[in-house]
Structures are given as C-alpha cells and as structure tokens.
Design a protein around this ligand. Structure first.
Ligand SMILES: Cc1cc2nc3c(=O)[nH]c(=O)nc-3n(C[C@H](O)[C@H](O)[C@H](O)COP(=O)(O)O)c2cc1C
Length: 189
C-alpha cells in the first residue's frame, strides 16, 4: 500500500517530523510505502478565489500543489499532520487546504470516491490541553470529508515545543510508534 503524508510543519526535522517518523516506522514494517511532503519545503501560493477550478477542474496556479494532490489520489492512506499554530493548523497547511478546491470539482470528486482512500491525522502542540489539538483534528476531518476520505484514526501529542523536548520524553515516541501499529488492522491489508 502507498501512503502520502502531508505535514504543515515549517521544520522538516522538527517535532512533528519526529512523531511522524515513529508512525512511519510502524507502517513501513508492514511494507507501506510512504511519500512525505513537509509543506515548509514546498512552494505553495494562496488560492486567489478565481473559481476557475469549479469549471476547468484544475488550478490556474502552477506550483507544488497539483503534484501533492496527485500523490494523495494515488494513495491507499493519507496522513495529515500539523503542529498547532494559534490553536489550529499552520498557515501553510491552511493555504494548502484552500488550494485543494479543485478536488471538489465533479471529476476529481469521483476519482477520490472511487479510490477508497483512508485517512489519519496527527496534531502536535507545546501546551498540555488536548482539546486545543482536537481543533486541528476537526480541521483535518472536515478537509478529508470533502475528499471522501474517512478519518479512521488520529493522534494528538501535547507538551513538546523546543527541539530537545522529545529527548526527555521517549514515551511520546513510543506512543507514536504504537499508534502506527494500531492503525494497521484498520487498513485491510
Ligand atoms: C507561530 C507559532 C504559533 C504557535 N502556537 C501554538 C499554540 O497556539 N498552542 C501550542 O500549544 N503551541 C503553539 N506553538 C508551538 C508549536 O506547536 C510547537 O513548538 C511544535 O512542537 C512545533 O512543531 P514543529 O517542530 O514540527 O515545528 C506555536 C509555535 C509557533 C512558531
């Protein structure tokens, strides 16, 4: 099975990436092949609201977004992840989601529906309150719902902020690995 992960982190090797790497490790043990897109490394322009995608089924902007959408469409599993910025997904992730408007046009909607993709979501934050991270999960669930991708499982991680924080909290990485393992029976592979 192919999986595509999209992370809203600005830091390709930051806390979100460290958590994701443990999830990837668990999935790769079952031969799931992962394509990882860290939006902080991509060129993603704002949606201009021109709505030409409503009729033309594609975006007029030529940047990294169409390639990422193509990876999503050709995956059995999609993993959406983001650190919390002001209690929601990062601006980069929100801009990416806005640019997925062509996925709501008839042809791509049909293709996503037929692809029967499953979805996972991961939220990471510095503070301790899980409820804030659940805002991010709701944002992802809403996005995936429009792509006909059911959210089958999610993980929230609280209490990591600075680059070294995870060094002192190995239990978080174990939780992430165990979360990856727990998803495998839900994938029907
Ligand atoms: C602009 C900005 C806003 C943030 N807002 C929040 C927030 O509202 N709540 C919170 O718990 N952490 C917040 N954080 C902390 C990040 O969620 C935290 O540092 C996270 O571990 C970063 O993940 P990364 O290493 O993948 O970038 C914010 C960080 C930045 C840079």
């Amino acid at each position: 099975m192919k999986a595509t992960c999209i992370s809203g982190s600005q830091r390709p090797n930051g806390n979100t990436a460290s958590v994701l790497n443990e999830i990837f490790r668990a999935l790769q043990e079952r031969d799931i092949e992962i394509t990882y897109h860290c939006l902080g490394e991509k060129t993603i322009n704002y949606c201009t609201g021109c709505k030409s995608c409503y009729t033309n089924e594609k975006c007029v902007i030529n940047d990294d977004v169409p390639g990422i959408i193509d990876d999503l469409l050709h995956s059995g599993l999609v993993i959406m992840a983001s650190p919390s910025y002001w209690g929601d997904v990062t601006g980069q992730m929100k801009v990416f989601i806005d640019r997925c408007a062509p996925c709501c046009a008839a042809d791509l909607t049909r293709q996503f529906k037929n692809a029967e993709i499953k979805g996972m979501a991961v939220a990471v934050r510095a503070g301790q309150n899980k409820k804030e991270n659940e805002n991010l999960i709701h944002t992802f669930e809403h996005f995936l719902g429009h792509l006909n991708i059911p959210l089958i499982s999610y993980l929230t991680v609280e209490g990591i902020d600075m680059p070294d924080d995870l060094k002192n909290k190995p239990e978080i990485l174990k939780t992430a690995y165990d979360f990856g393992k727990s998803v495998i029976p839900l994938l029907n592979i």
